[in-house]
Design a protein. Sequence first.
Length: 453
Amino acid sequence: MEELTPAEIVAELDKYIVGQDDAKRAVAVAIRNRWRRQQLPESMREEVGPKNIIMIGPTGVGKTEIARRLASLVNAPFIKVEATKFTEVGYHGRDVESMVRDLVDRSVHMVISEQREVVRTEAERLTEEQLLDALMPPTDIDRADTDAGSEGAERRHRNREKLRARLRSGELDDRTVELTIEQKATPIGMFAAVGDQIDPEMQNLLERIIPSQSKSRRLPIHEARKVIFEQQCDALIDREKAIEMAMRRAENRGIIFIDELDKLCGPVGGHGPDVSRQGVQRDLLPVVEGATVTTRHGQIKTDHILSIAAGAFSRNSPNDLMPELQGRFPIRVELGDLTKDDFLRILTEPRNALTTQQIALMATEGLKLEFTADAIEEMATLGFQMNEKAQNIGARRLYTITEKLMETLSFEAPSRAGESVTIDAAYVRERLADIIKNEEIAPFGFRSRERES
């Protein structure tokens, strides 16, 4: 999918995200540049770095969604991290290199999942044979009869084929079979407490010295089939080759989304709880600039991993970051506040629009739901007004409005199967009257400045 042109990438993002055209164009060009780099001669390819981006804008305007949809679109390993969760090396907490290790783990999971699809046909065949062996184990007489053309062998073949037909039809799904399941032991005690802070080499050593545990379980066939299928896939997949592919994919196509970067801006040489802010920036710099990080699967270079950072920067600006770090994010894009028209489009245009979701959810209960145009207009107006009067939380305001609007209907839906309900502007005003009057603002994330004063 990385062969998509910037215009095609923007068109795909438009299906899920309203507005923010500048940000969409910036990430589309950054992705296209990765494809262009792959077309260059090997000698020049290593010299072309990623076009890292800082997206600046308030919460709820689409920063995270743009990055997440982009990664899904190009089938790239993607990890989202909060900059505030990291601490400087030497302090208790997660170090910044852990996000690279998480990215590699995500990439390995992606490649293994793809390889499972490659071997699916053979794995399903072997799964069926193993289930048949469990349902009709060979007797000592069968083992002694090695002549494939004997009457006994033909009889066993006919019985096995009859059992196979019943197995495929689902007739035997509730019958139980005994399986031997091998499980890897997990670290216990103090090792479990430190989690991913264990050195990757030490983690690999622990996995090798802690023996696997095998135990027998009786499972119904419909559950046993899943367990056996996973075992057969693991046996068929060349794990070393899959890990090598995953490492290369993470290096060349990985995307790290660093949220809340503005929270790392602090006074130089400060004291107190924010003492590690500058330290986190210093630790982040080599990862973004290009470094070699040791993971449980091997070493990975971060030179060509695309970093997309985001933050509100309401009380500071990207210029307050370390100059060296600023230089590693050459592209800055500002995302604007959402308008009433944007809210109206968010409720109707995207494939995952909130109104579309509610209609589908109610349909599962047999309730036919419809939103009129004036109802959607009223919801958009109310959401925009609340962001103006209270704290601006962007499109997330529509979630609280929609949930309050649907509260009673969602509760009563099971007993109203077969009915048709139309939500119009009058219904919206009735259900949200208390919100409009500031009577029920606090429980649902609303609180006007007038009321607080």
